[in-house]
Design a protein around this ligand. Structure first.
Ligand code: ZN
Ligand code: ZN
Ligand code: ZN
Ligand code: ZN
Length: 313
């Protein structure tokens, strides 16, 4: 706007123009503006703050492109502003009206546009606000809910498998404790036997050092009777039995558990679908069939997992 500000007042040609008269197409200083307003011939002119006007396009918009003359009328047939030459040439016999009448109507239209734009910008703002407040929060909340659901299912499966594993490891541990205590009592008994044998062994060693025949004979007789009453050496016990772990059993238990979970879901879906309309029910039937398909597949897989012997059970 520097160029605009530099325009001199066209009346006094001294001060910088602060206003602009559309009809005179000149800048006016503040003092000359009031003089301009008092001249009766110029009373209908439109004067505005020079800073609010884009002078670069002003002249073009004011003049007829064909005749380079000021636009003075409005052709209602062509919906165009026209100059005095247009009236007698291109737009001859067209219906003509005053620019101010058309502009008045257009101002009303512009006001309506403004109102609509206001409503639309408000709609956009409230939409954005809704996206920020509701949609993004909803996304967070739903994602959180979904993750919690996944975690709870995983936790459930994990605790089921852990519990089953614990039952099996406890069985092995309990068996180990029983078998170990059997071995310990065997060792305790064997200790007694061992002591008796060691005792007789040392008796015999001492006996063989005996020089006196009679003494030897009578002591040996007593030792021999001790040898006869000795408990025989215990037989080696068999290796301890350790319960066998069939991993397929655990897999099967896990799958049966998952199958029971899905059965519950199917029952729930069937319960819901019976409450709803037949139409909706049909789509639920599809879901039910899908779940049933899955459980059947699991059942088939479980079946395959087991050896033929187990299948007969
Ligand atoms: Zn002036
Ligand atoms: Zn003027
Ligand atoms: Zn013209
Ligand atoms: Zn026309």
């Amino acid at each position: 706007m520097a160029q605009v500000m530099a325009q001199k007042c066209s009346l006094c040609d001294e001060n910088n123009g602060t206003n602009y008269c559309y009809e005179c197409q000149h800048a006016l200083c503040t003092a000359c503006r009031s003089k301009h307003g008092k001249i009766p011939a110029l009373s209908g002119h439109t004067v505005a703050d020079i800073n609010t006007i884009d002078l670069s396009t002003l002249n073009k918009r004011n003049q007829c492109d064909t005749h380079n003359k000021e636009m003075l009328f409005y052709c209602t047939e062509c919906s165009n502003l026209i100059c005095s030459k247009c009236v007698t040439s291109t737009h001859r016999s067209h219906a003509i009206s005053d620019i101010c009448d058309v502009v008045e109507e257009e101002r009303e239209n512009a006001k309506e546009n403004l109102q609509q734009m206001r409503l639309k910008t408000e709609t956009i703002s409230s939409l954005q606000e809704k996206i920020r407040r509701e949609h993004i929060e909803n996304l967070h909340a739903e994602s959180k809910k979904c993750i919690e659901h996944i975690e709870s299912v995983c936790k459930d499966l994990h605790s089921f498998i852990e519990a089953q594993g614990s039952v099996k490891t406890t069985e092995v541990e309990d068996n180990g404790n029983i078998e170990k205590s059997n071995f310990e009592s065997f060792l305790k008994n064997t200790d007694l036997v061992h002591k008796q044998y060691v005792h007789i062994l040392s008796e015999l060693e001492n006996l063989l050092l005996e020089k006196h025949d009679i003494t030897f004979y009578s002591r040996y007789k007593s030792i021999k009777s001790d040898i006869e009453t000795l408990i025989s050496i215990p037989e080696e016990p068999p290796f301890a039995r350790v319960p066998s772990f069939d991993d397929e059993v655990l897999y099967k238990e896990a799958m049966e558990y998952m199958g029971s979970k899905m059965d519950k879901r199917i029952q729930k879906i069937q319960g819901n679908s019976s409450k709803r309309s037949r139409n909706k029910g049909r789509s639920n039937q599809k879901v039910v069939r899908r779940y049933q398909g899955r459980t059947e597949k699991i059942a088939v897989r479980t079946h395959k997992c087991n050896s033929p012997e187990r299948c007969r059970d």
